[in-house]
Write a protein that binds this ligand. Structure first.
Ligand SMILES: [Zn+2]
Length: 201
């Protein structure tokens, strides 16, 4: 699976790929507050470290579990940031302003980000180890800030299916992505449209 694209399972057990288009929106897939608690996959710091190895950070350069150093306090901070993103991201998708408290939280989280370096032997881009929890926090917060204030806020969308709340950044050239995944909600909409046509005919 391409880093940054995640395999999700619907309530009916269907598996489908979902590309949220941005790191901060991808983090929402690890679980969350209230009704999202049942999706929680980050129970201990190692869970979240493992998750980051498959995140879109690994699109830029490979990220191995042994490269990541995630302390308990940083793990807690990442989860607090995730809670804030559960308020901020839907607000952006619906054209509403995020709260001042959440903006402060984001602004205070940007101190560090993973450091890129060129491996002298392979001349390939790598992340300088250790990639710390503070750097991961910063990467997510910076990504979220770019989503809110970087000119692409109009491309933050909620899936058009009425029963689906997945959020994504539309990175398509045409800018008309409507569905979380063509395999899931896109396909369900096609089937509905087909049924509607055949029923009228
Ligand atoms: Zn959907």
């Amino acid at each position: 699976m391409t880093p940054g694209t995640r395999l999700l399972v619907s309530a009916e057990g269907d598996r489908y790929r979902f590309d949220p288009g941005s790191l901060s929106l991808e983090l929402l897939l690890t679980g969350g507050p209230g009704p999202y608690e049942r999706y929680e996959i980050a129970h201990i710091p190692a869970d979240l470290a493992e998750w980051f190895t498959g995140s879109r950070l690994a699109l830029t350069a490979p990220l191995a579990i042994g490269d990541i150093q995630l302390r308990p306090a940083e793990f807690t901070a990442l989860k607090e940031l995730r809670n804030a993103l559960y308020r901020v991201a839907p607000a952006v998708a619906h054209g509403e302003p995020p709260s001042d408290d959440d903006l402060t939280l984001l602004n205070n989280a940007t101190a560090a980000t993973p450091r890129p370096r060129i491996d002298p032997e392979t001349r390939q881009l790598v992340w300088a180890p250790p990639v710390t929890g503070k750097q991961l926090l910063g990467a997510v917060a910076r990504d979220a800030i770019e989503l809110i204030a970087g000119g692409r806020s109009g491309r933050v969308r909620e899936c058009s299916a009425s029963d689906c709340h997945l959020l994504f950044l539309d990175t398509s050239r045409s800018g008309n992505r409507r569905w979380c995944s063509m395999e899931r909600c896109g396909n369900r909409a096609k089937i509905r449209a087909y049924r509607a046509r055949t029923e009228t005919a």
